[in-house]
Each structure stands twice: as structure tokens, then as C-alpha cells.
Design a protein around this ligand. Sequence first.
Ligand code: GSH
Length: 229
Amino acid sequence: MRELLFTTGSPFARAVRILLDELALDYDRREELTTPSVEARAKHSPALQVPVLWDGDVTLWDSGVIAEYLLTTYRLRPDSTLPLAPDPYRADAPWHDREIFATIQTFGTAATLISQMRWGGVTLDDHDHLQRSAKRMDYILTWLDDQILEDDDGFWPGTLSMQDIFLACHIRFVEARPLGIEIPLDRYPRLNTLLARLARRPSFLTNPVWWWEPGVTGYRADGTPIFGE
Ligand SMILES: N[C@@H](CCC(=O)N[C@@H](CS)C(=O)NCC(=O)O)C(=O)O
């Protein structure tokens, strides 16, 4: 039995859901709209975070660990014009690819920190560390744009890599929340092209990112948020 615990808006969990679909792996969705109490979450992970994956006897948390596990455990790659990468990291660039992935996850952590604080009433203008986190995001995107070597490629040329998937999920998360952060994608032309391409991919379309702010209690089938029902 395979199960995934996730919150609807989590960009980390969205990336794992997309990866599961790319690998054509079925799973039971344990979906929560908002984060439950510490005690409830601690039953599943000491990190108190989602996603958490159960796969037979294996229990894993942390989206990066889950992604590595899925890509290395399940070797079959369904047919696609742009196939899923065979591994998490290229054999001839293992440290570079790990660096890219870690930096993408740092971007996601900065974004979710700003988001969590925003709903606690603290905005970018209120806090130096949040402003620093927003600047970190800009520096990271500038650096990541330079790591893609060809205009129409991703981080692993000729494939869809986990690096591509996670970065797209983190950027779309920022775009879909009223955080006071605009991402000027035209300043990162290769990332912009990559994201536009991924937005048309079936796994991204079946796992959409939706607008969320406090008070949203559900969604209509087309993604329109439902407030306070
Ligand atoms: N490093 C973790 C980060 C996951 C994360 O930040 N999850 C958020 C949702 S986007 C969460 O569960 N937040 C609740 C909390 O931090 O208590 C991962 O990659 O899985």
C-alpha cells in the first residue's frame, strides 16, 4: 500500500505528487487543507511537516528524500516525448546536480517561511529576515537561470528532472499566494521557458496549484477558492 500525506497548498508535496504521476504510481491521498495541531502532525513525522510517504514497510518524510527514493526505487519510465530523468543526479555531474537541488529547496524554504509568517500577521516590511529571504530568492533564481545551458532545456538536458519539477512548484506557489512578492520571470528567460513548457505537461495539469489565503476552506472543481463554508 502506498499513501501520501500532504496539504493542498504545499509546493514540496505538489512536486512529489507530480513525480508519482510521472512514474505512473498509484497512491492513496491523505490530503489536508490546512496544517493540523503539533500533536496530530507529530504522529507522522518529528519534522511536523508534509509530505510524508508510506510505501509498503517504508516511511519517509522530506520531499527531497522521497523524490530520491522514488526515482531510484522505481526504474520504469513511462513513454514521453521528454522522458523523466533516469536518476536524481547525473553520474557525470553528481555534486553540481546536488547543489542545484539543495539550492532549489532553499528557495522553497524561503518562500514557505514568508508565507507562514504572512498568515501570522508578519509581512516582508515588518521583518529584516523576511526581506533577506526575499532577496535570497532573487539571487537563487539568477544563479539557477545560469545553470541551464540551452534555451529550451531544463537542468538535465533532454529529460524532465526532479530539479525542474521542484523549482516549478516553488515558483508557482509564490505566484499563487498573496505574499507581496512578484517574481519577474522575464528576468530569468531560461527558467521562464522551462516553466511555460512544464505548465502544459499532464502531470502538472492534474496537480494544479491554487490560490490560497486564510479563510479558504475548499475549492470548486475548476480551482475557484471557497471561503468560510
Ligand atoms: N524540508 C521539508 C519542508 C516541507 C515543508 O516545509 N512543508 C510545509 C508545507 S509546505 C509544512 O508542513 N509546514 C508545517 C510546519 O512547518 O509546521 C521537505 O522538503 O519536505
